[in-house]
Design a protein around this ligand. Sequence first.
Ligand SMILES: Nc1nc2c(ncn2[C@@H]2O[C@H](COP(=O)(O)OP(=O)(O)OP(=O)(O)O)[C@@H](O)[C@H]2O)c(=O)[nH]1
Ligand SMILES: [Mg+2]
Length: 442
Amino acid sequence: MTLDQPSDRHSGRRRRLLTATVTDVDVTRQKAFLVGVRFPGDDLETRERSLVELELLTDTAGSAPIEAELVRRERPDPATFIGSGKARDLAGFTKTRDVDVVIFDNALSPAQQRNLEKIFECDVVDREALILDIFAQHATSREGALQVELALLQYHLPRLRGKGHTLSQQAGSGTGIATRGPGETKLETDRRRIRDRIARLKRELKDVDRQQATQRKARNNSDRPQISIVGYTNAGKSTLLNRITDAGVLTEDRLFATLGSTVRQVELPGGREALISDTVGFIRDLPHHLVEAFRSTLAEIREADLVVHVVDGADPDPLGQIAAVHEVLDEIDARHVPELLAFNKIDLADRVRVERIRRLRPDTEMVSALTGEGVERLLERISAELSGRLVSVSATLPYERGDLVDLVHRVGEIVSEEHLPEGTAIKARIPAPHLARLSEYT
Ligand SMILES: Nc1nc2c(ncn2[C@@H]2O[C@H](COP(=O)(O)OP(=O)(O)OP(=O)(O)O)[C@@H](O)[C@H]2O)c(=O)[nH]1
Ligand SMILES: [Mg+2]
């Protein structure tokens, strides 16, 4: 990837984007110009990758990224982030190309966004707005829609301004990149209405929270360990769930295909049953408002017995993805849950990268959710990780206590089982909390 050097800044040549989306720009799609900013100390490759990811996000949101530029700056300009000279320079280009929206990879303050819109004379948004917009377009469940709307309104509240549009055209509409503010005269009323709506959404989400907590509790009481599949968006989480259960979850080569969560039962090697769930993917700089709004969906990760962290082995920067996922896990207080790394898409990953990960994280399982390679081993590892917290028991259960025999089968791993005249002699490994129920017969 060659990015603009300062020397050809005025030559009119800008970086051509790499993916196919550029060559067949759909005339009906909004044309987007992307801007990344690199400060001293920022790693060039990281900023470039982030810009390529922004391009994917833009495409996913339904706009056509036509060009991108990585701008160097000593420090952010408080008024325009990139400095008004640079902004005017870029605006000269975007106006000749009829750009509809300028998208910044870095977060903009409401004032910077407003000032930049004046210079560019078109919509200016940042990565957060773009991700929110994608979520708005993809949310299908009731709670998903509530969660996204809450995050959107919280993002928009400090940005409301008069631009002659009505409120009904924005918040949660999920069409186009939602940036438009309401008409000037209605500004105050709209602010109040949004605050009221935020309060109402929070109340509704509390109900959802309660329902989901009840469901989780019922599942917890079912004695089966809970496994949460987590990972960067598009890493292959849903494909893995489908591979090991017959969940039939939608999988797609696009970002944020999954927004809700799906729980399925799985029988692990050794016969033990567990619950396994797949949920929304993470990304670098996942908007804080979204993480907050999705807390109830993400709560099951926090309460899981084991996290299976799926890493996209075909990505050029798997370690960066791992770090981004850990950041989100930190934010939702889920870092205490034991983690098993599954390096996915090894059918695509190059050998060098696989070896590098293997050296850095020797405990990583290499899998291909698509071809099934390594999945059986992964299940064995999951089983072993969960067994780490099992204790050995030896009991002779009378035949009228078939319920206890069932319990041991369901929650534990059978070592041996023999039918004696006085009952079923069973040797097994079970979670410690269940020991008490067998104590009479040990
Ligand atoms: N080659 C290859 N492709 C895979 C593999 N696993 C998943 N994919 C593809 O990667 C894309 C994303 O897969 P998903 O399962 O939807 O990914 P996800 O992590 O659930 O993504 P989101 O829900 O969007 O966050 C799909 O096109 C899958 O077919 C794999 O092991 N090998
Ligand atoms: Mg998915």
